[in-house]
Design a protein around this ligand. Structure first.
Ligand SMILES: [Zn+2]
Length: 271
């Protein structure tokens, strides 16, 4: 079996995790910029983080022969500080030329505030200006539906956005159709608690088809499972899905979306 982990916060994970992922068939890992669990104190802190994502982490993954890519942004939790957010937005272009940078993400909303929305709109404009892919985080629990609608409207309001170059992540049963109807891709996040389980992910696949859906573990510094994606293959096989469908959801779909960025160079022919 082969798969791509399209959303893993590997700076938080151990080398044992890299080894386990590669043994399970991981062919590439993509790391969006996110919240570190605490608020960074300055734009310089983000400069260091972007350097870690673009230089150190790819070299760590390379020890396991695993291609490592990343996405850059200031996350919505820290976007509430508008002055800091503007300073960080100004830093991003100098990193966009990096050979492993795929786009802008994971941007989005957390508490659906006015400031978060303003910074989301500025990230979208930055992505349009630099012709970047966009990866969007959607809020948790009770804020998810409203936050998803606000995000979709912000994307539609920018005429430079190409819907097929945007993935909306952390979708659930009630937000998948909204995202797919707008022409975007949908990401299902597998968490031991909250978000989706493998069984719910396969339910959504069966309800909405696998055309523009990927799954990810979003493994980070919290309770999460870096092997959640390959474990979902087991749930699919239990329900009688073919090897081709497993390969589509776990490998070919993320490969198709990510290949819209020419830097994503992972061989799709090799089994
Ligand atoms: Zn994340």
């Amino acid at each position: 079996m082969r798969y791509i982990e399209p959303h893993g916060h590997m700076v938080s994970r151990t080398t044992d995790d890299y080894l386990a992922m590669v043994i399970a068939g991981c062919r590439a890992v993509c790391e969006p910029a996110f919240w570190a669990g605490f608020d960074r104190g300055s734009a310089q802190g983000f400069h260091d983080y972007f350097s870690q994502l673009t230089q150190f982490e790819p070299s760590r993954a390379a020890q396991y022969h695993l291609p490592h890519y990343c996405w850059l942004c200031i996350n919505p939790k820290e976007a509430e500080d508008m002055a800091l957010a503007h300073d960080v937005l100004a830093l991003i272009p100098e990193f966009l030329g990096g050979s492993t940078v795929l786009g802008i993400g994971e941007i989005g909303l957390n508490k659906n505030t006015r400031n978060e929305l303003a910074i989301l709109e500025q990230h979208i404009e930055l992505a349009v200006q630099y012709d970047q892919l966009i990866l969007v985080h959607t809020p948790h629990l009770e804020d998810k539906l409203k936050g998803t609608r606000l995000t979709l409207d912000a994307l539609r309001a920018n005429p430079g956005v190409k819907p097929e170059r945007v993935i909306i992540d952390h979708v659930e049963e009630h937000t998948v159709p909204l995202v797919l109807d707008r022409g975007h891709w949908a990401g299902i996040t597998l968490y031991p608690q909250s978000k989706a389980t493998p069984a719910r992910a396969v339910d959504m696949l069966e309800m909405y088809g696998a055309e523009r859906i990927w799954i990810n573990s979003a493994c980070d510094w919290g309770h999460s499972d870096p092997l959640a994606v390959p474990k979902t293959a087991l749930e699919m096989r239990r329900r009688g899905h073919s090897d081709q469908t497993v390969d589509q959801l776990l490998f070919r779909n993320p490969h198709r979306f990510l290949s819209q960025c020419a830097k994503f160079a992972v061989d799709a022919g090799a089994i």
